[in-house]
Design a protein around this ligand. Structure first.
Ligand code: ZN
Length: 125
């Protein structure tokens, strides 16, 4: 897996933008299939756990399988994910991890400061 690091802006409504450091991971086919397999396995596990439970199995077994398949399909198509993102919050000034690790890489992206709970935007420049 390859990684690249970016320096992007972190903006909040009505305050001076700060900088954030983002590490993006490019996933090869094997990594994408592994990530898809994990979520498919979780859906299958939910279905198997619900199987012996009366009435519940009518809903949870097909829902677990369907959600597992749909999420696996989405993960196969994700070529780049955030490995990490951190920066200084423009509102409260604390250096924070931005909680996007493992999510699909796309800019701009809404994030939240874990200290002051305000909405921020990871920008593109
Ligand atoms: Zn903050």
């Amino acid at each position: 897996m390859e990684t690249r690091s970016l320096d992007v802006s972190l903006t909040g409504f009505g305050c001076t933008p700060t900088r954030a450091q983002v590490i993006v991971e490019t996933l090869n086919l094997r990594a994408r299939l592994t990530r898809a397999g994990i979520v498919l396995g979780a859906g299958l596990a939910v279905a198997l756990i619900a199987l012996p439970i009366p009435l519940v199995h009518f809903v949870l077994v097909p829902a677990g399988l369907l959600i597992g398949i749909v999420l696996a399909g989405m993960r196969v198509s994700q070529r780049e994910i955030f490995s990490s993102a951190e920066g200084v919050c423009p509102y409260c000034g604390t250096h924070r991890r931005l909680g996007v690790a493992g999510r699909v890489f796309r800019l701009p992206r809404k994030v939240f400061c874990s200290n002051c709970q305000r909405a921020l935007e990871l920008g593109e420049d």
